[in-house]
Unconditional design. Structure first.
Lengths: 457, 364
């Protein structure tokens, strides 16, 4: 067995594969960051709010006010450097740190898509993506034809994990047996040409798309992996992701997945892509003398053992984390304990309405908080159905009112949530003083139990 | 081989033809686009335009009554004036929720019904006689119905003193007249605006954050939660101020006796808008699109409105009296109204699927 692993680790493949991936990644990230900026979301998400929701363990991450723009500039610059492959190791590390820092500032904008970019950029720090067709190769005057097979497989493995878990999480009774939430979402897309008023209104289409989505996610890694089915698989990738992009406001995610799927293709394909790219930038290249680059066959890390072990731990975490929900007794879709970081994408419809009552425990007098005075509309929307945010906000309110002179206060949540079109149910126990509750990994007993059952993952 | 193909084709045809009967939205035989267009047309033709017209009519009558009062400042004419004020105030309850288009753009609602009225600013302007300040936002609370409430009922402690105050100096009547004239011109502005805005409004049917249907639905929910629940009940009973009650923040405070009447009119406005008064509105739309657990949602909401009505009916006709004598009944009423808010902001929003565009999404 160990011999087999050893043999595998010594295999190599075309360096163009990672070069193409690096260029695509850099360009997509460049476009994403600029798009986010242009839409004014830096302002509305990172600068306007008085209060930011933080991730557990990352409360020290400060919001930077107007300096957030500098952080974005840093991110954008590193994306440019990644694309041209200059100072690659430094630029990918910088990108990972700056992008992840931005995400850590505000929890209400958590997207699986952003999480994917964070871990992908982390992974890329350890991969030799600048060994071919990069400014680093140019300046070092060394270019490598081949890189370790495992460095390309690492990306493939990550893609497989994402798709597999996305498919697995769709195996639940709401999704498959009730076609929820697609049954709610699709009919509301009546303004999409051709299919909006017809197919999307039909019951059978809701079921077909639920089952189809689940099967697609589970099967697509196999289709992409094997050469015979790869082209068909890629066509499906394009179709599926473009379709979801038309249907839902999910931003860059579909395009990033389409482009990332290229990693599965043969070295020959990637070499052709590189040749094409070289032709496109020919005018620039002709300015530069490139014949003095030494072509070496194989690139190998000097201390690959450390990297392999790091990646091993990385993937072990990726495999285990989506399952942590089993450690909690609550219904996953309801209490969301263990919901994030597990590729549960567009899986559930949830709408909440949560008000906070501040009670003076001495006098018995109380008042309700006007959430609009403290949170933005997006924050209110997200907070109202996610218990960890409800708790964090309650503590923020507690500190706020204490600093205003209120003494001996308790804060209670009156919260109602509708899950996948069910009638609203009480979400948080209104008799529990949230100021006495602390955030932890333990189960939150003050979340009211879900009055229904959802079977599956 | 060919038999299999025939079987497959037949089953496909069977499935497709069957499914068009299953879909819930085909109950009205109209596409969703058509349904929404009908809803928007209903709202414009049977609610927005006629209610604004009725209001304008009543405001004009109010002005006539004011002119009558000017010529002869008798108690009789004061009563006529007061009655007309109430009639207009009641018809305003049907208009307040439509804070969209020309109304939104001209801050119509803020100029017509921000209460409590700002007495110091009213007094200041009565004294100065310079009314141009009424164009500016700090003086919105010095005009509109609440200002008239003060002038007609609160200017003096009894009717005789009030009449002598008016007779003694022109400035009081001048101010009152100015307020009434502004209410008329503001209303005219909105009505004129709608003649051109109407087409854009009815055409904006797509499911985007700024489309008419979504904006009006948000306006409706906002009115229920803020205009009805908070302004008429929540704020005066101190829901947001812990132990401190504010009976002086009740609607129609100076009149003393109309707060319940106005609240009930507003409730009627809410119910009628929701059910559509025989035309297509939110109730019909929910009935067509709610599934499973929520299929009875529209009736649940109507029932809740009825419960609110019967609870409000048991309150004193003056909320000031009610608050001072038995706050707990007001609190109980507030809770019942709040149950309605929950239905509108969770279940109803889930069925209506109103788009928002804060950032990219990942689900809901």
């Amino acid at each position: 067995m160990i011999l087999k692993i050893d043999v595998y680790l010594k295999k190599s493949t075309e360096s163009s594969k990672l070069a193409v991936f690096r260029i695509c990644f850099g360009l997509m990230m460049l476009y994403s960051m600029i798009r986010f900026w242009v839409k004014g979301w830096i302002e509305t998400v990172y600068i306007e709010p008085k209060f930011h929701f933080k991730y557990y363990g990352f409360e020290w991450v400060q919001s930077l006010g107007s300096y957030t723009y500098l952080l974005f500039i840093l991110c954008i610059l590193s994306a440019v450097l990644i694309t041209i492959g200059l100072w690659y190791r430094l630029s990918i590390l910088l990108f990972f740190l700056s992008f992840t820092y931005v995400e850590l500032i505000e929890k209400t904008t958590y997207l699986n898509h952003y999480y994917f970019i964070s871990i992908l950029s982390f992974l890329l720090v350890f991969l030799p993506a600048n060994k071919c067709f990069s400014m680093d190769a140019f300046f070092k005057k060394k270019q490598y034809k081949e890189i370790p097979q495992w460095s390309v497989d690492a990306i493939k493995f990550l893609m497989v994990i994402v798709y597999f878990y996305a498919g697995l999480t769709k195996i639940n009774s709401d999704w498959l047996l009730k076609a929820l939430p697609l049954k709610i979402w699709l009919p509301s897309k009546y303004d999409i040409p051709l299919i909006g008023e017809t197919l999307l209104q039909q019951d059978w289409v809701h079921y077909a798309m639920s089952w189809g989505g689940m099967l697609y996610d589970l099967i697509i890694p196999f289709l992409l992996f094997y050469k015979n089915t790869r082209l068909f698989g890629f066509a499906m990738v394009v179709f599926f992701h473009v379709f979801t992009a038309v249907l839902f406001p999910i931003g860059m995610f579909p395009y990033i997945m389409i482009v990332s799927a290229l990693i599965f293709f043969e070295g020959e394909t990637h070499n052709k892509i590189i040749t094409l790219l070289k032709k496109i930038i020919q005018p620039l290249r002709s300015l530069v003398e490139h014949s003095s680059i030494e072509n070496i066959n194989k690139f190998n890390y000097k201390r690959s053992k450390w990297i392999i072990w790091t990646l091993g731990i990385f993937f072990a975490i990726q495999i285990l984390v989506p399952f942590r929900y089993v450690l909690y007794p609550s219904e996953l879709f309801w209490a969301e304990e263990g919901y994030r970081f597990s590729w549960r994408v567009m899986l559930v419809e949830k709408i909440g309405y949560t008000n906070f009552k501040v009670v003076n425990k001495t006098s018995g007098h109380s008042f309700y908080v006007r959430n609009g005075h403290f949170l933005t509309d997006l924050q209110i929307k997200q907070m109202s159905f996610q218990p960890d945010m409800i708790l964090e906000y309650a503590h923020y309110l507690g500190n706020h009112f204490k600093s205003q002179g209120h003494k001996n206060i308790g804060i209670y949540a009156e919260s109602y949530v509708s899950l996948n079109g069910r009638s609203n149910q009480e979400f948080i126990d209104p008799k529990i003083d949230l100021l006495l509750q602390k955030e932890s990994f333990k189960h939150k007993h003050w979340i009211k139990p879900f009055k229904d059952e959802i079977k599956g993952f | 081989m060919s038999k299999k193909y025939i079987l497959l084709t037949l089953s496909l045809i069977f499935i497709i033809s069957c499914s068009s009967d299953d879909s819930s939205s085909s109950q009205t035989n109209n596409s969703v686009w058509e349904q929404k267009t009908n809803m928007l047309s209903n709202w414009v033709d049977n609610f927005i335009i006629p209610y604004h017209d009725t209001l304008l009519n009543n405001l004009n009558n109010l002005e006539s009554a004011a002119e009558g009062f000017a010529t002869d400042m008798s108690l009789n004419n004061l009563e006529l004036l007061r009655n007309q004020w109430l009639t207009a105030y009641k018809s305003w309850q049907y208009v307040e929720m439509f804070n969209i288009g020309p109304a939104e753009q001209s801050f119509y609602y803020q100029k017509m019904n921000v209460y409590p009225a700002n007495i110091s600013k009213i007094t200041e302007l009565i004294g100065s006689g310079d009314f141009t300040n009424l164009n500016n936002s700090p003086f919105y609370s010095a005009q509109g119905f609440p200002a008239l409430d003060y002038l007609l009922f609160g200017l003096a402690s009894d009717d005789q003193s009030l009449l002598s105050l008016f007779s003694s100096n022109d400035k009081y009547f001048n101010y009152m007249n100015e307020v009434i004239e502004r209410m008329i011109s503001n209303t005219n502005y909105v009505i004129n605006g709608w003649t051109s805005y109407k087409q854009d409004f009815v055409n904006s049917v797509e499911n985007t954050a700024t489309s008419s249907a979504n904006k009006i639905t948000n306006d409706f929910i906002f009115y229920y939660e803020k205009g009805f629940r908070s302004n008429k009940f929540g704020i005066p009973i101190g829901v947001f101020s812990g132990g401190n009650i504010f009976p002086e923040k009740v609607e129609g405070y100076y009149n003393r006796n109309v707060s319940r009447t106005l609240a009930l009119e507003a409730l009627t406005a809410i119910e009628e808008f929701f059910t559509g008064k025989g035309g297509y509105s939110l109730k019909g739309f929910i009935d067509n699109f709610a599934t499973g657990d929520n299929s009875n949602l529209s009736n649940q909401i109507v029932d809740q409105f009825n419960t609110v009505r019967s609870t409000v009916n048991q309150l004193d006709s003056s909320f000031v009296t009610q608050i001072n004598e038995d706050l707990s009944s007001m609190n109980a009423t507030y809770d019942i109204i709040q149950t309605g808010t929950v239905l509108l902001k969770t279940d109803m929003l889930s069925v209506l699927q109103i788009a928002t565009d804060y950032v990219d999404a990942d689900g809901d």
